[in-house]
Design a protein. Structure first.
Length: 259
DNA sequence: ATGCCGTCTGGTAGACGA
């Protein structure tokens, strides 16, 4: 089974690129973030032609999360983990016996912004959601754009990025709390290397200089960890390509599991 | 670096992203 997560930064702008990627990689499940479109305007056709069923939790202009799956989607839940969240940032379903959550964690903007306090509240609520609805002994994948670089290996230049909303002690501690509940950062089961990034700023030639961060994560419980065959990222997915010129600023992360 | 680039909007400049 192959399951991927991708912050597509607008599904309407990225449709051709996402569909091409699906044709090339044929994942069973793709979790998408920042779809930036209300559900009735989601470009469904290309996904459905390829045999994917869609589950949508969209929103105008900002945020928006979605699941595309070739396998049946059961027990859909949206609008978590914060009960009164005005932003569409969480979608979960059971697919092939695995509880799969697709998340778009708030960015935080600046350490002194209200939005950063919202990010911390959101992460606290995610821990509560795990405790109340989850089971560390059951198959679970929590994946998406966490807007947290887990440690300095995941930051191209830790000095340049010191004390930002992506790597503050507070957000890293909250990630550790999630891991402490019973999750493993899937990428770290296959590599200890630094410099594996999933996001590069559009600005200032960040990709050209490989000034990236690893902020798109797949966290898994032990029953899933024991099935990991591979966790892959591909820098080429950040490049301009003929026919699909415009890349997202994020690349997909793919988790391959043994049956 | 207030900047850069890209996306969105009852838009055409400003908000937001990370």
């Amino acid at each position: 089974m192959r399951i991927a997560t991708w912050n597509v930064n607008s599904i309407r702008t990225r449709e051709d690129r996402v569909l091409l990627w699906l044709d090339e990689h044929e994942p069973d499940v793709l979790l998408m973030q920042e779809t930036k479109v209300v559900d009735e305007n989601f470009p469904r056709e290309g996904f459905e032609e390829r045999g994917y069923t869609l589950a949508l939790h969209g929103q105008r202009t900002y945020n928006g999360v979605a699941i595309a799956s070739k396998l049946p989607i059961e027990d859909l839940e949206t609008g978590f983990p914060l009960a009164d969240d005005e932003d569409a940032r969480g979608i979960a379903a059971t697919i092939a016996g695995i509880r799969v959550g697709g998340l778009y964690v708030p960015n935080g903007r600046r350490l002194d912004a209200d939005h950063y306090q919202y990010k911390l509240r959101w992460l606290d609520a995610l821990h509560v959601w795990l405790r109340e609805t989850g089971d560390p002994a059951a198959p679970l994948i929590l994946a998406g754009d966490f807007n947290i670089a887990p440690d300095d290996r995941d930051v191209h230049d830790p000095a340049e990025w010191q004390d930002t909303v992506m790597n503050s002690d507070e957000v890293r501690a909250r990630l550790q709390t999630l891991l402490g509940w019973g999750l493993t950062d899937a990428l770290r089961t296959v590599s200890d290397e630094g410099g594996i990034f999933t996001w590069w700023d559009y600005r200032a030639g960040a990709f050209r200089f490989n000034k990236g961060l690893r902020i798109d994560l797949m966290l898994v419980t032990d029953p899933v960890r024991d099935r990991i065959e591979a966790v892959t990222t591909d820098r080429n997915d950040r490049k301009v390509r003929k026919g699909v010129e415009k890349p997202s600023d994020h690349i997909p992360v793919t988790l391959e599991l043994r049956d």
